[in-house]
Write a protein that binds this ligand. Structure first.
Ligand code: KG4
Ligand code: ZN
Length: 342
């Protein structure tokens, strides 16, 4: 079964084709980073317009790279939410119209399910069940995953997501957008330990997170009298250390609570090398193993959407053929099941 996947939920236009027999056949990605950089963040209207500009060419390119025509596809999966409404509409419109023209099903996919399942695309994929730590720009969640579509929320951020905290802190330190990778790079040049930053909810006894206070603590440091800009790298290192420590402690607690020995990390912050190193070390001590998507598949991409769509179809999901375009900009993962709910 060959599934074309389309991702346009935010600032990346991603297209890919996944074949349930042969794996990933082709993928194309266009990042809008340069477009939004001058504004210091994603401008939704510009994002939508750029998706319109790029998507048709990327679809053509991906089909051509895979050596396939539309008639060879079995379905078209697209990100239906959560995300920016205008941006989602672009991918949904293209997917639904192509599917209608080719007389094949269109499958609305949950963006976070795409992230969550992306470690299964790795050369050595984990098997179900596992704990998933989802750390993206908009979400920080711990989940128990027992199969495709079988997700139990164990804990989540009560305010800012981990990626959002990275982005906002990067802005406070005068770094450009996207802040996460730049802050991580700056942290590499610094030494943690100069500043005492809080470890929010470390001992809360549950699996929830809170990161907004950490960003405020950084703001207090940089606005205090005597602040020296040359300390920025050390502050970045202390900030990263605090986030990583909390994420690792809660991940361990989730493994303990569920009794599982396997976990996956997905979402943009999963590309953070310090998080990977520390999580590997602490889980190894518990006899558990962590699986990551390839770094290129950590951030938004079409491959994870094609893959999630293909897995759902393979699991027996029958997409509802309904005229019109289905998106759900706010779509809790807990409500994920039938696309009929969209
Ligand atoms: O999953 P993603 O591409 O988009 C969402 O669905 O949100 O995640 C983007 C987030 C951004 O907040 C970005 O700053 C963060 O992931 N990010 C990182 C790193 N690479 C991306 N944060 C920390 N360290 C990184 N290396
Ligand atoms: Zn994402």
């Amino acid at each position: 079964m060959k599934v074309l996947g389309i991702e346009t939920s935010c600032d990346e236009t991603g297209v890919a084709i996944y074949d349930t027999d042969a794996g990933l056949l082709a993928q194309s990605l266009h990042s809008q980073v340069d477009l939004h950089a001058v504004y210091g963040g994603v401008v939704p209207e510009l994002a939508s317009r750029d998706h319109i500009r790029r998507l048709p060419a990327l679809v053509r390119q991906t089909l051509s790279d895979a050596g396939l025509g539309v008639e060879s596809l079995d379905a078209i999966a697209y990100t239906a939410g959560p995300g920016l409404a205008g941006a989602l509409l672009v991918g949904a419109s293209v997917a639904e119209s192509m599917a209608m023209a080719a007389n094949i099903p269109a499958l609305p996919v949950h963006h976070l399910e795409g992230h969550l399942l992306s470690p299964l695309l790795a050369a050595e994929p984990p098997s179900f069940p596992f704990v998933a730590l989802l750390v993206s720009g908009g979400h920080t969640q711990l989940m128990a995953v027992t199969g495709v579509g079988a997700y139990t929320l164990l804990g989540e951020s009560l305010d800012d997501a981990a990626g959002e905290a990275f982005d906002k802190t990067a802005k406070l330190l005068g770094l450009g957008y996207p802040g996460g990778p730049q802050l991580a790079a700056l942290a590499e040049q610094g030494r943690a330990g100069r500043f005492k930053l809080p470890r929010p909810m470390l001992h809360s006894g549950d699996l929830d997170f809170s990161f907004s206070g950490l960003k405020t603590a950084v703001l207090n440091v940089v606005s205090a009298p005597g602040w020296q800009p040359e300390w920025a790298a050390d502050l970045a290192a202390d900030f990263q250390e605090a986030v990583v420590e909390v994420l690792c402690a809660k991940s361990l607690a989730a493994l303990k609570q569920t009794g599982l020995k396997s976990m996956v990390v997905a979402g943009g912050v999963g590309a953070n090398t310090q998080l990977r190193a520390r999580l590997d070390a602490v889980t190894r001590r518990r006899g558990a193993r962590v699986h990551y998507p390839e770094p290129a598949l950590c951030t938004d991409n079409g491959a994870m959407i094609a893959f999630a769509g293909a897995l759902r179809l393979a699991a027996g999901e029958r997409p509802v053929r309904a005229p019109g375009v289905r998106i759900r900009p706010r779509w809790p993962l807990a409500e994920l099941f039938s696309p009929a709910q969209i």
